[in-house]
Design a protein around this ligand. Structure first.
Ligand code: GLP
Length: 244
């Protein structure tokens, strides 16, 4: 779906999330949201905060699972996705800290495998993600599932692509300071979400959006796996849709 601009598109996505929260809560169940970081979803979170403040949208019965975190990464570091989520959403709505899940950036290596397994198990126990929000990397990554990730890949430690590290260099000051690895939810968990919404704005995403939507489904562009999802929507602005 192509919107005039990112602001209009983000409002529509926030409305969809609000609807899911209200529907699930009305049936006495928590809404289980898969959340993303990066600059792209920021306006969605801003709109959710507005809906909380103006319309009383409650996050009391909302449980969230984020896609990824750099590894290693202290939660209070400026570039941490833990900090990003607190600043962009969690600190401004009535969500309980214990309901917010984000992959670890601090556990020692030998504890990662069990952490990743438990992360997926927690999602499954709740009946799966009601909606997964995604951005997209210029190399076609979703979460930090870099090119080469398999469709059934699990939540795991991933070595970051050089393109990804270069795109993040601005946030870290220089390329050498960008972590070489990250913990990411796998493609399998993303594909199991009941609904997937991928957002992409701006001309710099136009090429990869074309490849993800119109190209061959392949591990070279992990976002292309979404072509096989039963309930997915790409939310674009005119610039990111310009190569379609
Ligand atoms: C990072 C995140 C991704 C995100 C991507 C695009 O690599 N791990 O989840 O989709 O960046 O970022 P942006 O939205 O800033 O373009």
């Amino acid at each position: 779906k192509i919107y005039k601009d990112a602001a209009e598109a983000s409002k529509a996505v926030a409305q969809e999330i609000a609807k899911i929260i209200r529907r699930k809560n009305a049936s006495g169940k928590p809404a289980v949201l898969g959340l993303a970081t990066g600059s792209t979803p920021k306006k969605v979170y801003a709109e959710l905060i507005r809906l909380h403040k103006v319309e009383g949208l409650s996050f009391e019965n909302v449980i969230t699972f984020n896609l990824d975190e750099y590894y290693p990464m202290q939660p209070d570091a400026v570039q941490s996705y833990h900090r990003f989520m607190k600043e962009q959403l969690f600190d401004h709505v009535n969500i309980a800290p214990e309901n917010c899940h984000i992959p670890t950036g601090t556990l020692p290596l030998e504890k990662l495998a069990i952490f990743c397994k438990e992360y997926e198990a927690q999602i499954e126990e709740l009946g799966g993600l009601d909606i997964q929000i995604l951005g997209i990397g210029r190399n076609g990554h979703i979460g930090f599932n870099e090119p080469g990730s398999l469709v059934n890949s699990k939540t795991r430690l991933m070595t970051l692509d050089i393109t990804t590290r270069m795109d993040a260099a601005g946030d870290f000051g220089t390329l050498v300071k960008v972590p070489r690895r990250a913990v990411t939810m796998g493609v399998k968990a993303i594909m199991e979400a009941k609904r997937v919404v991928l957002l992409a704005f701006g001309e710099h995403k136009a090429q990869v959006i074309k490849e993800a939507i119109e190209g061959t489904v392949s591990e070279k562009i992990p976002a292309s796996y979404l072509q096989g999802h039963q309930n997915v929507r790409f939310i674009l602005d005119e610039a990111s849709a310009s190569e379609l």
